[in-house]
Design a protein around this ligand. Structure first.
Ligand code: AHM
Ligand code: MG
Length: 346
């Protein structure tokens, strides 16, 4: 009989981070950045959960004291994320889907980590209470683009330096993760030593470790593409898609699953195996998803879980962005499935 673990023995995210710090995997500064991100995610989780009620009653986020109109939840989430990162005092530059340019943090105290994020991805799903998520990536400190408050250096030149500092290939990522706001609130994190999954325990208000060193299945017969765009795809991709629907000798074609929310579609792919794709098409020459704060962090996570992230021809993590909001086609998931797709596109 296997010895049952003491049922009081739970590992919180805070405890786990501390352990990583003690073992030298991450430094004290990064620990603080990561815990401030988890705090932002908890706040966003509660905003998302109450979105419908807040609309109805105007309790939160409706008309504010200045009489301004209600802000959209993605804008509020951006503020929550930005504020948590700024007040951590350990971030130097932040780049968000919601901001045109990266922001140099003036309040930085030490550490100066670079954080890229999409505060609320899939926000078109909110009104129907369908899953959404936050995605983030963290790069090493770069003192090139710090705001020097002592001289009156021109902010535009600081901004330009920030763009250069932020535009790094995903292979430089030190940490990446996402938080999924769904039937449970799930926080998935890698600091380069495997993928760890935490679930928000509503009783304690804490993220609790629920899966260690998660591995994605090597193959999986589930695909997640927006097939409404099929007619606009190129012939090689159409041929790939047709092949998935061929029942073949096994009599079982692939299953289609598509939420239209990257975090949810990706999370399912990570657990069950398969492939998620957002290809280029006739209208969107580079696909839809953003390299810096959507594709690169997810690709780092999937590789840490033993899977692959590709633009159809090359590894996503090898692509160096030239612009903050650069788009790139994304095919991500089980190694065998991504390699199969690459063969069709070759
Ligand atoms: P957003 O950043 O504007 O929310 O868009 C990103 C979302 C992803 O979550 C999702 O995978 C994709 O857009 C869905 O796009 P489509 O509706 O074209 O299938
Ligand atoms: Mg997005």
């Amino acid at each position: 009989e296997t010895k049952k673990k003491n049922s009081y023995e739970i590992q919180t995210l805070t405890g786990w981070l501390l352990k990583q710090e003690q073992s030298g995997t991450i430094d004290a500064e990064l620990t603080i950045v990561l815990s401030s991100i988890s705090m932002a995610c908890k706040q966003i989780a509660s905003l998302v959960q109450r979105a419908g009620i807040s609309n109805l009653t105007g309790v939160q986020g409706a008309v504010n004291v200045q009489g301004e109109d209600q802000k959209k939840l993605d804008v509020i989430s951006n503020e929550v994320f930005t504020n948590c990162l700024k007040s951590s005092g350990r971030t130097g530059i932040i780049a968000s889907e919601e901001e045109d340019v990266p922001v140099a943090v003036e309040e930085s105290y030490s550490g100066n980590y670079i954080v890229v994020f999409d505060p609320l991805d899939g926000s078109s799903n909110i009104d129907a209470a369908v899953s959404t998520g936050s995605i983030f990536g963290i790069y090493a400190p770069d003192d090139e683009c710090l705001v020097d408050l002592s001289d009156d250096s021109n902010l535009d030149s600081v901004q330009q330096k920030c763009v250069v500092s932020v535009c790094q290939p995903g292979s430089n990522l030190l940490a990446a993760g996402y938080c999924m706001y769904s039937s449970s609130v799930i926080f998935v994190l890698t600091v380069g030593t495997g993928v760890y999954v935490f679930t928000l325990d509503p009783m304690y208000g804490e993220f609790v470790l629920t899966q260690e060193e998660l591995k994605i299945p090597r193959a999986g017969k589930i695909y997640a593409f927006n097939e409404g765009n099929y007619q606009m795809w190129d012939d090689k991709l159409k041929a790939y898609m047709d092949s998935l629907k061929d029942p073949g000798t096994s009599g079982k074609p692939y299953s289609a699953r598509y939420i239209g929310s990257l975090v949810g579609d990706f999370h399912r792919t990570l657990l069950y195996g398969g492939i998620y794709g957002y290809p280029r098409d006739k209208k969107s020459k580079n696909g839809k998803l953003r390299l810096l704060y959507e594709c690169a962090p997810m690709s780092f996570i999937v590789e840490q879980a033993g899977g692959k992230g590709s633009d159809g021809h090359q590894r996503i993590l090898d692509i160096k962005p030239t612009e903050i909001h650069q788009r790139v086609p994304l095919f991500i998931g089980s190694t065998e499935e991504v390699e199969k797709l690459e063969k069709f596109l070759a």
